[in-house]
Design a protein. Structure first.
Lengths: 730, 121
């Protein structure tokens, strides 16, 4: 069976001790009995190595286009291991089968040989896709949901070959796999696989082609995409918005599958549920549909965290009977043949053999029996325990347990949980990252804007994913994908508000404030103070104050422009947005430092006094009041502005720094949204401040540029102010 | 005078011999295995070859030589290619010989390696 996909060599040629099976088995001194138990050694148990030979690594499986893999498989099923390569390569035909006790005989096809008896084969260095799919087509369908077809994958459609990404030998760049005749193919990093994890991520990444243009791939800029998305979200997440064929969500080994077209019979021990949580006769479909023609089934993949990024995942949920040994962490499995025989015997005589299995019924009426009620669980466990005891197994210190996802029970009532990785359903269920069947870019998440994911009710956050296949009521227990990702409802709300309402609100608010200021200027005009050249001037602001003021103004403007660029997704590359953001962060730190100095200098002058009430009552004279209003160095409006400036500035600093350094996505969502709200208020304030200083109160700007104002201006706008060293003192 | 002529002759002879030696070094192919590899590169694709059986004997059905035994990829391809090195690839080994991490071994007591031999569901 294993050899159906195994290319030969390694553990199908040599045993754990490095002995070639056939020569070792043929040597009488080793005492290997053909077809015998051979000490229950898994490598020789019931094997006929001396007769069958071994499966040497068959180079032609990968390097010969047109290799006849079905015929090779047939030879393997006949236990004609030694002859499999000859038939698969198309060199000849074989009669006889070791499995039937016959001696296979090969007849070579002379048409494959030259006159000199040599062969000249159209061998290729790089494996054609079809040859990879001899093994990967079916094995990668069941739980990985891979299709590898032109109808579902843009890369296959574009003619990209498997080995273009899964590079090997001298094509590889990674020193871990590069080298002449090194046959370590570049691999990704699948959470469900543990073979050669040291070679994880040796294959070409999406970025290798789509940033550098390798293989003439379109170079992607991700215009307008805030760079946090590329840091936190894997390419596959957005570019595989939909899956095209089913992947098993649940593998249930607690019932006997009587669906049609399942073979070999032992596979009836496994039942599958698809992404819709409905029973799925996977083997039936696999045996019915021609290769590569899997039935279409459209669904959104589950999104989960893996190594710091969000990936589309298939997490396999498992249900089975295990054997738990007291004091041990792992739960063992009974032998498949015991469970298989239990069900077979029960089917033959339901009342006589394991009658309690009759208690297992299709309670939820989905056409398939399921073990979910405590009585059903107890019936199954009792039957398994009985079968094991009948077979002579001792259950001393052990007990049969029903494993359901990440928990197990002995009675269906009390459950114990098991440790697992956050992305797993169970420590015993594989988790696969979806990496193939990439959709066109225009179909990717975000292609139609932020609302693709951040809109209310978007599938990214709000689609329902399964927690358990059967709850107490026999129906699936569900949660939102956001909950699985660890986002709180409030955090999602913050993100939705920020990317939806706030985006348009900010634009409208700025436009409205502009309009109001213009209207004010039209209606009330500037508060001019007659200029008299002979009028003495008084110092208004020191040099330090002026430098500080313009630094703050410049930084405010910079922060506003850079911040709004990312907030409104300026259509420049994500990289450029990243650089803009970095500049925003640096300027933010400088801004906060300046603000601290400013608050130390101006706080004393910004203390509110009794005269400020009258100023406020008359709205600072900005709406028609012509009389002079009481004001010290700063009027009440300026004082309020200063206090709000200080508070908002520090608020922006705190939220900005928190957003920059927090590792908690929920905190990030909240503080980022608050930061944007604060920024909006801040921007509107600064706009009004600039208008008042520049247009509404002519002469004010002079104080900030030259540091001096005329005495008349001072008397008009700040009658209670006693400037030091000015004409007033004189 | 004669001594001088002899010295010049000897030096000349030495120089010619040195040149011959250097030329020989420069134009001689790298020894053994390296040359075979260079030759393979130059060919780019596999040349016509005989199939060999598990004992390394030529199979020639045209002449009826040894034509009743299956061919051996190990012996046939291994004549030019490093079979042992190639079969170290994880496609061939499938986790054989790899050690399991302590946590893995504890959780999957029935597994002896990380390969897909019935570990995870």
């Amino acid at each position: 069976m294993c050899g159906g996909c195994h290319p030969g060599g390694g553990p199908v040629e040599y045993d754990r001790d490095g002995n070639r099976y056939d020569t070792f088995a043929a040597d009488p001194k080793n005492g290997i009995l053909p077809g015998g138990p051979n000490g229950l050694d898994g490598e020789y148990f019931k094997a006929k190595w001396a007769e069958s030979g071994v499966l040497e690594a068959d180079c032609l499986i990968c390097h010969l286009e047109g290799y006849d893999n079905p015929k090779r498989k047939a030879q393997i099923m006949a236990l004609n291991y030694r002859w499999a390569a000859t038939v698969g390569g198309g060199f000849g035909d074989v009669e006889g089968a070791v499995i039937k006790g016959q001696a296979p005989k090969v007849t070579y096809r002379l048409s494959r040989f030259r006159k000199d008896g040599k062969v000249l084969l159209p061998l290729v260095r790089e494996t054609p896709n079809e040859n990879c799919l001899f093994c990967h087509r079916e094995s990668d369908w069941k739980k990985r949901g891979q299709s590898y077809s032109e109808r579902s994958d843009v890369h296959v459609r574009a003619g990209i070959r498997c080995v273009d990404c899964h590079v090997a030998a001298r094509t590889a760049e990674d020193p871990r796999i590069r080298g002449r005749e090194v046959h370590q193919f570049g691999k990704g990093d699948d959470p469900g696989d543990f073979v050669r994890d040291d070679l994880d991520n040796t294959m070409r990444r999406c970025e290798d082609c789509h940033l550098k243009g390798i293989l003439n791939a379109p170079v992607i800029r991700h215009k307008g995409l805030p760079p946090v998305h590329l840091r936190k979200i894997a390419c596959q997440t957005c570019h595989i918005p939909w899956r095209q064929v089913k992947a098993a969500l649940v593998q249930d080994a607690s019932v006997f599958n009587t669906s049609p077209r399942i073979w070999p019979p032992t596979k009836r021990l496994w039942s599958f549920y698809g992404p819709d949580m409905k029973p799925w006769n996977y083997y039936g479909e696999a045996h019915s549909y021609p290769e590569g023609l899997q039935p279409l089934f459209r669904f959104r993949p589950t999104l989960g965290w893996y190594k710091g990024k969000i990936y589309p995942l298939n997490r396999v949920y498992t249900r089975w009977v295990g054997i738990r040994t007291k004091g041990r962490k792992g739960i063992n499995q009974p032998l498949m043949k015991d469970i298989f025989m239990m069900w077979k015997k029960h089917a033959a005589d339901p009342d006589g053999n394991f009658p309690r299995l009759k208690e297992i019924r299709d309670d939820n009426r989905d056409g398939f029996p399921e073990v979910n009620r405590p009585e059903e669980i107890r019936a199954l466990l009792a039957s398994v325990a009985l079968k094991l005891k009948q077979g002579g197994a001792s259950l001393d210190g052990k007990q049969a347990v029903f494993v359901d996802g990440d928990r197990y029970t002995t009675d269906g009532v009390t459950w114990s949980s098991m440790e697992k990785a956050p992305y797993e359903y169970s420590p015993y269920g594989s988790v696969f990252k979806y990496s193939h069947d990439i959709g066109p870019a225009k179909n990717g998440l975000g292609a139609k804007g932020c609302a693709d994911c951040h809109g209310a009710g978007s599938d990214f956050f709000f689609k329902k994913i399964m927690v358990r296949l059967f709850g107490d009521d026999g129906r699936p227990v569900m949660e939102t994908n956001a909950a699985f990702l660890g986002f709180t409802r409030r955090a999602i709300g913050f993100m939705a508000f920020q990317n939806g309402t706030l985006k348009s609100l900010a634009a409208w608010a700025i436009l409205i404030v502009f309009a109001l200021l213009l209207l004010h200027y039209i209606l009330f005009g500037p508060k001019r103070v007659p200029e008299d050249p002979s009028e003495p001037t008084v110092p208004r602001f020191s040099r330090l104050e002026r430098v500080l003021h313009y630094t703050l103004l410049l930084l405010s403007g910079t922060e506003a422009v850079t911040g709004l660029s990312t907030f409104w997704s300026l259509p420049v590359s994500s990289d450029a947005l990243g650089r803009i953001q970095a500049f925003h962060h640096v300027c933010g730190f400088i801004f906060v430092a300046n603000l601290i100095v400013a608050s130390c200098i101006w706080a004393r002058d910004a203390v509110m006094g009794g005269q400020d009430l009258e100023w406020l009552k008359k709205l600072g004279g900005y709406f028609g009041e012509r009389s002079d209003l009481p004001a010290g160095r700063f009027n009440a409006g300026q004082k309020i502005y200063l206090w709000v400036l200080f508070l908002m500035g520090f608020f922006m600093g705190i939220t900005g720094i928190t957003a920059l350094f927090t590792g908690d996505e929920n905190v990030l969502a909240a503080v980022h949204c608050l930061h944007v709200i604060g920024a909006l208020v801040f921007i509107l304030m600064v706009l009004a401040h600039v208008y008042l200083g520049l247009l509404a109160n002519p002469g004010t700007l002079r104080g900030m540029f030259e540091g001096k104002v005329t005495s008349a201006w001072a008397r008009k706008h700040h009658p209670l102010w006693k400037p030091k060293g000015g004409a007033g003192d004189a | 005078m004669e001594k001088r002529i002899r010295t010049v002759r000897n030096v000349g002879l030495l120089a010619v011999l040195s040149l011959v030696f250097l030329a020989n070094t420069a134009f001689t192919a790298p020894p053994g295995n390296a040359y075979e590899k260079a030759k393979q590169d130059a060919m780019g694709v596999c040349p016509p070859f005989y199939l060999l059986d598990e004992s390394g004997r030529i199979i020639n059905p045209v002449k009826g030589t040894n034509a009743d035994v299956p061919y051996s990829p190990e012996k046939t391809c291994g004549r030019c290619h490093d079979y042992k090195k190639i079969t170290q690839g994880y496609h061939f080994q499938q986790g054989a010989g790899e050690k399991m991490s302590p946590g893995y071994a504890e959780t999957y007591p029935w597994c002896t390696g990380p390969g897909q031999y019935g570990g995870r569901w």
